[in-house]
Structure formats: C-alpha cells, structure tokens
Design a protein around this ligand. Structure first.
Ligand code: THU
Length: 130
C-alpha cells in the first residue's frame, strides 16, 4: 500500500488549524492512513482544567475506531504552518496499540518506524493470561 506523504502532511496541517488550544497556543493536527486506505484525522483539544487536555493523536485513534477500526499504517503530526512534531511519550504508547511497531511516523528526516521511537515497549502481551 502506497502512502501519499505529501497529502498526509497537508491534511495534518489543515486539521491543526481547527484545534482548540487557547491555553498553550500550540495547535496540533494528526493525519493517518489506515491499512485499508482510509484517511483519518485528529486535533488537540485543551481544557481550562489543563490536565484534561486531549492530544491530537488521541483524537486520531478515536477516529480510527469510530470510523470502523483497523490498524494505522502511517501518521504525520503537524502545526498549522506545517512544522513537523513528534508524538509525546503517551501518544507513542497510544499509537503503538493502534498500529504496532511498524507504524510509520513522519519526522523531519522522513518516516521512521514507531518501534524506533518507543523501543522495548509495554504491550498487551505483558498482561497476565496473554
Ligand atoms: N500535544 C499534542 O496534541 N500531541 C503531542 O504529541 C504533544 C502535545 C498538544 C497537547 C497540548 O494541547 C499542546 O500540544 C501543548 O502541549
């Protein structure tokens, strides 16, 4: 399956422009391609109770399941002006569950596998009975 990185990057930046980030002023958009070809997006949503903030990648994973499930194959995270951001640590863990270690994450140096950004990860196979 081919990934149209140019389109994913543009969509992530466009989605960032719709983020609700009045406290940090950092609007973040995430665009992902699902392995069945679907394209999904998410943006960060802040709250006056700061700790309740939802990252863009969390919205992306919610969109994955809300639109039919499956696995995310590729993701780009951007600001409205197109600057590339790397997912925070929590979001790397959330993305791992949604796409596995082979999920391609966009960086300034090009796509890298999530397994490189989150080595030796905790997964469901660490749970009792797995
Ligand atoms: N943020 C994301 O949306 N994704 C990340 O991976 C890192 C941080 C958001 C959360 C908050 O609204 C703003 O960026 C500043 O931390």
């Amino acid at each position: 399956m081919g990934i149209d990185w140019t389109a994913l990057r543009a969509l992530a930046a466009e989605t960032a422009g719709r983020a609700h980030a009045p406290y940090s002023q950092l609007q973040v958009g995430a665009a992902g391609q699902v392995s069945d070809g679907r394209v999904i997006v998410g943006c960060n949503v802040e709250n006056a109770s700061f700790g309740l903030t939802l990252c863009a990648e969390c919205g992306l994973v919610s969109a994955l399941h809300a639109s039919g499930g499956g696995a995310i194959a590729a993701v780009s995270v951007r600001t409205p002006d197109g600057r590339c951001l790397l997912p925070c640590g929590r979001c790397r863990q959330v993305l791992l569950e949604a796409g596995g270690a082979s999920l391609l994450v966009d960086t300034d140096a090009g796509p890298v596998e999530l397994g490189r950004l989150l080595p030796s990860a905790f997964t469901g196979s660490d749970l009792p009975g797995a």
